[in-house]
Design a protein around this ligand. Sequence first.
Ligand code: PMP
Length: 345
Amino acid sequence: MFSLKELVRPNIWALKPYSSARDEYSGKEAHTFLDANESPYNNPYNRYPDPLQRELKQQIAVIKDVRPEQIFLGNGSDEAIDLVFRIFCTPGRDNVVTIEPSYGMYEVCADINNVECRKVLLNDSFDIKAQRLLEVCNDCTKVIFLCSPNNPTGNTLNHDEIRTVVEQFNGIVVIDEAYSEFSSQPLWRPEIDRYPNLIVLNTLSKAWASAGIRLGIAFAQSDIIALFNKVKYPYNVNILTQRQAKDILSRRPDVEDWVKLTIKERLSLMYAVNELDICQQVFPTEANFFLARFSDANRIYDYLVSQGVIVRNRSRIKLCGDCLRITIGSPQENTTLLSALRRYC
Ligand code: PMP
């Protein structure tokens, strides 16, 4: 049986969290705030932000069809990833399991927190088998991190295999859906009501075109979200970010247009790259980037740099020999990349 209390680090379960001035009084009726040692001057940024980002969560709850208490907001989804370690993994004892290749921060956060990171290599189609993940787990495995669509491979992981992991693993399963807006596959966010061990990550950094404001989102049942709130810094999302996030979230039609354009450009760019003699393979993708294998990725990468075009050289990563990861840019940026690649040939 799944027991949240048994999974959480005992010191975190017992933690009495810091109570900020805005936690203790959050009503709207008062007009004279002399409780937080703020300056009364320099409007509009002299006041602390709402520590629980209530208005922003209301807006996200409607868009993502969840309840506000099922939402954690952080300084990028990287903050949520780090908090998962700090909530569930006792340093020097517990471990997490993830896939390889995948987003590098799962392992970096494991290393920072002195937690072992066990990596299971993807198969040749960059996919998983649930059994292979489950068999590397032991009593000290607290979390399995999955990323779908996966970075850097771009593909979504098999839904049934993920379901087996979520259903059979007795710890926390984090599914990072940072790129899900570009995918036509079923999402995991709607499943949080069903699975008490599921955490789904989203971000405003990709489809919502707001990497600069740093806003990441974790969705989970409210008891897990309460733990995030207990451990996070009191005012972890600043006023400017909250304001700008509300603005971009109210511009959904624009965002949908950008996503549609990106998907259209993805198709034509992948087709054109695949036609090049120097390209050996373009891998299927559901994200705003794709992975492609070239005749000599290092040389082509250096050449592109010399032309002022920067892609990501992934050729030293397992299963990604001679691969470059290419982000879908604007139509003009994509044309610039293609012209440069054609000149190389
Ligand atoms: N998850 C994945 C899979 C990513 O690729 C990235 C960033 N490249 C992130 C999370 C981090 O997103 P954020 O900007 O919200 O920290």
